[in-house]
Design a protein around this ligand. Structure first.
Ligand SMILES: CC(C)(COP(=O)(O)OP(=O)(O)OC[C@H]1O[C@@H](n2cnc3c(N)ncnc32)[C@H](O)[C@@H]1OP(=O)(O)O)[C@@H](O)C(=O)NCCC(=O)NCCS
Length: 191
């Protein structure tokens, strides 16, 4: 079978990463590999919005919904692959109507690939595609859990600015702990 095509880049430790953003190529990434990646993050109880272990059906449904948005030019989806395994992902969605100058994104990197500049690379590539595809967008926004110290550091280093703090915004319940509600911080990067 022909290999998946995309943009090859190097991150720290000289690891070669394939960035895949074309819908036809994203469809060729094995859903099992996406599930393995997402479920490792769910088990880690890190700062992503998904909280339940994903079935293959969940993964395929979400992928198809996201690809629909990409085809309608309302979203950008990029997977980072290393030796065919998923090691990072970024999803940026353009807001509607009077808010359509704003794009929100969410991002994650596999634990073993963190601190190698893959996060920054995904943001750079996403912003490059936003500028190319979304005419009229001037604001990139992200919601961060206020207790996600590393996430906040990464976005601060990149140049995002803190805009607002929204109290009791996210549910936070690591295994064996009682449910708490945590604040979220809204950060912005102006293009
Ligand atoms: C946030 C996340 C995506 C960052 O990805 P990453 O690939 O590790 O980030 P990078 O390697 O590109 O980091 C860029 C810079 O941010 C800062 N940074 C990153 N991780 C850091 C850490 N653990 N401690 C201190 N600074 C850190 C550093 O300045 C780093 O540059 P440097 O290594 O040259 O000093 C990753 O930590 C992750 O997936 N976390 C779990 C999910 C999550 O929190 N997602 C974000 C939700 S808002």
């Amino acid at each position: 079978m022909q290999s998946i095509s995309g943009k090859t880049i190097s991150i720290r430790d000289d690891k070669k990463i394939l960035l895949v953003s074309r819908p036809s190529e994203i469809k060729r990434i094995k859903p099992e590999f996406v599930r393995k990646y997402i479920n490792a993050l769910v088990k880690e109880y890190t700062y992503i919005s998904t909280k339940k272990i994903q079935s293959l059906k969940d993964i395929i449904e979400k992928r198809n919904n996201n690809l629909e948005l990409v085809k309608e030019n309302r979203a950008i989806l990029i997977y980072a692959l290393h030796k065919n395994q998923v090691v990072g992902k970024i999803l940026a969605i353009r807001h509607h109507g009077n808010f359509d100058h704003v794009v929100s994104f969410e991002m994650s990197v596999a634990k073993e690939f963190r601190r190698k500049r893959l996060g920054f690379t995904l943001i750079n590539e996403c912003i490059r595609l936003i500028k190319k595809k979304f005419i009229g967008v001037n604001t990139v926004e992200i919601n961060v859990y206020a207790n996600n110290k590393i996430g906040l550091k990464v976005y601060d280093k990149y140049g995002f600015l803190e805009i607002a703090k929204v109290p009791n915004s996210f549910q936070w319940q690591p295994p064996g702990r009682i449910l708490e509600y945590k604040d979220k911080i809204i950060l912005r990067y102006y293009l």
